[in-house]
Design a protein around this ligand. Sequence first.
Ligand SMILES: *Cc1c(COP(=O)(O)O)cnc(C)c1O
Length: 360
Amino acid sequence: MARVYNFSAGPAVLPEEVLKEAAAEMLDYKGTGMSVMEMSHRSKAYQEIIDEAEADLRDLMNIPDNYKVLFLQGGASQQFAMIPMNLMKNGVADYIVTGQWAKKAYQEAQKYGKANAVASSADKTFSYIPDCSDLPISEDADYVYICENNTIYGTKYHTLPNTKGKILVSDVSSCFLSEPVDVTKYGMIYGGVQKNIGPAGVVIAIIREDLITEDVLPGTPTMLQYKIHADNGSMYNTPPCYGIYICGKVFKWLKKMGGLEAMKAHNEKKAKILYDYLDESKLFKGTVRKEDRSLMNVPFVTGSEELDAEFVKAAKAAGFENLKGHRTVGGMRASIYNAMPIEGVEKLVEFMKAFEASHT
Ligand SMILES: *Cc1c(COP(=O)(O)O)cnc(C)c1O
């Protein structure tokens, strides 16, 4: 059995150690005689799993006590509706549109209130992050919304926007736990875990307590109210039990690796290898403005669609999987999340160099 280097944008590579541990516990989780998949979510063993997962995440991210951690379902996309339903108390919110996910969130919010696009980078195919130091933030905005790392385009906010005192809500799906964050700067941080943490089916939302109220839009379904999930410890109904268990293992792995400072250093080192080569290559070019580059998703092109396709095919044959760019943008994209080992990036660059040598 050989594992490939998997550059998928999501669902994506997970730490091998975690997968092996899960495999070893598959038939008998710690003497319970059953798999975590088969276990009641009301059992003592499961309560320990979810409690430990939350405690480890709080520890990793240094989450203050006045923030709740919720394990939810429905993908990051369900939050596009849940956020306005729960947080649009005045019926107004400002959105910064830096890619498809931000745009989808913005469009969904329009169903529930007045959503304003206060900045956008659509003019240059979302290849940069707009200047957000002095935006026309609405007086009565309930929150300002960003997608912090744009998975498809490979951009990342390296400075958070000046929200002029309004609450910041951030989709961190593709940069979750890739580096330290100051949670106190946000009203809410959330992300689908299938990019950098665990299996698809779990969404983690970290929300400041005072924002979690019964004052939601009329008609908001019970299951879409943060308060219901907060009051019930993420177990109002059956949570995505197995997914949360794997997330918990990844949190432990991250702690063992030295936490988020160490992850940041590791991710910077990996990304530098690839970006340095892209900057010197005569064949491959990065597509993102340098100061806005993501540490997680690295899009690049040759300038020829045919050559791009040839590269993706050759790379696959050599054991580098999922390098094709998003279906809406083409080219290539290497997603180099936490669990991608440094050798994966080194070997990819070696392969790109050889490809360049034989095609120029
Ligand atoms: C993948 C992704 C989404 C959508 O996630 P789903 O779980 O498929 O709904 C939203 N935002 C970002 C930044 C993403 O990378």
